[in-house]
Design a binder for this molecule. Structure first.
Ligand SMILES: CC(C)(COP(=O)(O)OP(=O)(O)OC[C@H]1O[C@@H](n2cnc3c(N)ncnc32)[C@H](O)[C@@H]1OP(=O)(O)O)[C@@H](O)C(=O)NCCC(=O)NCCS
Length: 177
């Protein structure tokens, strides 16, 4: 019989990544492409989820992302990811990105995002994830916020499902036309 996964702390899976912005990553103004930054965010978020679950993970959603300031070619992008909350098979992960100008020695916050990852086996079947132990006030706040995000997502999902059902009820089936 398989054992229940052991609880893990937030620090067990916190992950960090640094990327140098090269010309290939930029738009016609020499600024980092938003899609490229999203790729970095997805990667570092997946690292934290992978470490927490100790299993393969897939991205279920990238829920909220802000691009606060442009990032220029030659800048360093520093990304940090933490698991905020573990549910049954999914994990809410927060990612924060900063840009560092190595020449000027400055660093500022450029982006934040929340993602959900789901643990799966080699065949894509969902796997239970270990509970997350939130200890510090900051970890507890993030844990609560993740619960609120999930409730909001479920309400939105239900609202869309009802809208879809209402639209289908109004449009005649092909055989009736
Ligand atoms: C994510 C995925 C595994 C969910 O599988 P599913 O059979 O739809 O599963 P369910 O609806 O039963 O939900 C399973 C879990 O995922 C969570 N979940 C599902 N869709 C979600 C979404 N859009 N956002 C956040 N969480 C989501 C559920 O809340 C549930 O969490 P829990 O087990 O912790 O309670 C499946 O949709 C999938 O494989 N998607 C493709 C993933 C992928 O390829 N990602 C890369 C995209 S480029």
């Amino acid at each position: 019989m398989s054992q229940a996964p052991q609880p893990r702390s937030v620090s067990d899976s916190q992950s960090e990544m640094t990327e140098l912005v090269l010309p290939n990553d930029t738009n016609t103004l020499g600024n980092l492409l938003g899609g490229r930054l999203m790729h970095f965010i997805d990667l570092v978020g997946a690292m934290a989820a992978y470490r927490h679950a100790r299993a393969h993970v897939v991205t279920a959603s990238m829920e909220h992302i802000d691009f606060i300031a442009p990032v220029h070619v030659g800048d360093l992008v520093i990304l940090k990811a933490s698991v905020n909350r573990a549910f049954q098979t999914s994990m809410d992960v927060g990612v924060k990105a900063w840009v560092e100008n190595a020449m000027a020695g400055t660093r500022r916050h450029v982006s934040s995002a929340y993602l959900t990852f789901v643990a799966v086996d080699e065949n894509g079947r969902r796997l239970p994830v270990p509970p997350l132990v939130a200890v510090t006030p900051e970890e507890l706040r993030r844990h609560e916020d993740a619960g609120r995000r999930r409730q909001q997502r479920e309400r939105e999902h239900e609202r869309r499902r009802q809208n879809e059902a209402a639209r289908e009820a109004l449009s005649p089936a092909p055989a009736d036309r």
